[in-house]
Design a protein around this ligand. Structure first.
Ligand code: NAI
Length: 243
């Protein structure tokens, strides 16, 4: 029970990697606060996380909504130990055809969200003189990927944000790391064509897509006492897709 009595916040916790991550922490004793844009799936996910879990409908791109979520969580539980910035979307197209609205939406949900959440939570963690922040980046944020300029820019931004905040908050006992998944089976990748899936699989030495559990286990490790001396790092969970 590595997270007994700890309070863990997960954005986009209603589905995919966020949901399995929240379950991982709950199994090890944590009290979980999830938010999501999807209220039905969010309520259902929270119910499965135990009596002390909570859900709030929040658009993570909206700083006012995020601030009131964080304030509410702190009021309810009295502490915040872990923040997982997981919510993310794709709006893929080649740069010449990419709509400004799709650029703005992806940067808002994938990157500004982390600024919103970290800003609100860090004030509390600094006073506690402890905390763990884990940001979901992506392997493509390091490699680049045609058709995903908005998504790749948001994930590369997440890596720069992680390193900078790690430097700013290290002296206060707070670690900040990024996890960069490769090709993981979730709703986000379900929409990919067989051709794209085959192309991705051919790049993976372990010859399989990853599972949300593969990523969640890395996130819980980074939040655990075993990772106390790791900060500002990008941990790739890709089956070797990128080395
Ligand atoms: P998913 O699409 O299965 O789940 C994302 C969750 O975020 C959903 O519950 C969705 O409702 C929620 N969400 C979307 N917009 C939101 C908003 N504005 N405010 C609050 N919640 C919102 O996605 P998946 O695959 O679980 O991805 C999780 C994270 O991992 C994302 O940041 C994604 O970019 C990243 N990632 C995923 C990879 C994959 O292969 N699935 C690969 C690399 C990174």
């Amino acid at each position: 029970m590595r997270f007994e009595n700890k309070v863990v916040m997960v954005t986009g916790g209603a589905a995919g990697i966020g949901r399995v991550t929240a379950e991982n922490f709950a199994k090890e004793g944590a009290r979980i606060a999830i938010c999501d844009i999807n209220p039905e799936a969010g309520e259902t996910a929270a119910k499965a996380l135990g009596p002390e879990a909570s859900f709030e409908k929040v658009d993570v791109a909206d700083s006012t909504g995020v601030s009131s979520w964080v304030e509410g969580v702190f009021e309810k539980y009295g502490q915040i130990d872990v923040l997982v910035n997981n919510a993310g979307i794709t709006r893929d197209s080649l740069i010449m055809r990419m709509k400004e609205a799709d650029w703005d939406a992806v940067i808002g949900v994938n990157l500004k969200s982390a600024f919103n959440c970290i800003k609100a939570v860090s004030k509390i963690m600094v006073k506690q003189r402890s905390g763990r922040i884990i940001n979901l980046a992506s392997v493509v944020g390091v490699m680049g990927n045609p058709g995903q300029a908005n998504y790749v820019a948001s994930k590369a931004g997440m890596i720069g944000l992680t390193k900078t905040v790690a430097k700013e908050l290290g002296a206060r006992g707070i670690t900040v790391n990024a996890v960069a998944p490769g090709f993981i089976e979730t709703d986000m990748t379900e929409v990919l064509s067989d051709k794209v899936r085959e192309a991705m699989l051919s790049m993976i030495p372990l010859q399989r897509a990853g599972t949300p559990q593969d990523v969640a286990d890395t996130i819980t490790f980074l939040a655990s006492d075993s990772a106390a001396y790791i900060t500002g790092q990008v941990i790739h969970v890709t089956g070797g897709m990128y080395m």
